[in-house]
Ligand binder design. Sequence first.
Ligand SMILES: [Mg+2]
Length: 253
Amino acid sequence: MTKPAFHNASGRYDAVLCDIDGCLLDEAGGPLNLDQLAAVAQHNARAKADRDRPLVTVCTGRPLPFAECMCRAIANDVLPCVCENGAWVYDPSVNGYHLDPAITDEHLDAATRFRRWCLARYAADGVSSQPGKNASVSLYHPDPGFLDSIKPALADACADHGWPFRVSGTWNYINCDLTHISKATGIAQFLKRTGLDPQRLAGVGDTKGDIAIAQTVDWFGVPANRDPAIDVHATHISKLDQIDAVVEMLGLL
Ligand SMILES: [Mg+2]
């Protein structure tokens, strides 16, 4: 067995896999809550110094560079994080960029072709593609209703062209991820790299994509702003929103 990358010597959990959008920040934009991010960073500093609490890392659909920056913001330079809905694991301890080995050049080419198709068809309607994604396609439009309306056409295009993508979404984005890749496979890569025991992991998430976190970890918390569809997976439902909830929940672990 690999020696765990981080061990909490006096508590129940070694790590917290925390979603970013809707949990550490507002998916819709706006300034970062730097005071509360500093509280998470202080929690992590204590975790590293005293080994008396779990270390927080991120598990996100965001592109790798954004996840790297969030790891820096919360002072996680020890544990890998899961990015791009599982396509990548980034390890800040060695600046390691690890694409899931199940993703081939053909998959990356399919992502490029699918992205071009989406923009050729919908850019004039105001749809944009989130930059920085390699193995997936994330589409943004200010009107979530419009995004919902084009999901069936995206799924049909994938079927017609043989592009192996699953069409799903968060509050403000359509996420098109490779059908064999998800936060669950990303967490499997995280576990392989860290040697951590899933029974000693906690997690935080707010949308259906985070059910993969819930199904892996022993303790799963959700903020008040979560999609109620994931309540059935929650160990704890906070009355607070977003990062206020995360900070509250860290106090419980
Ligand atoms: Mg989220």
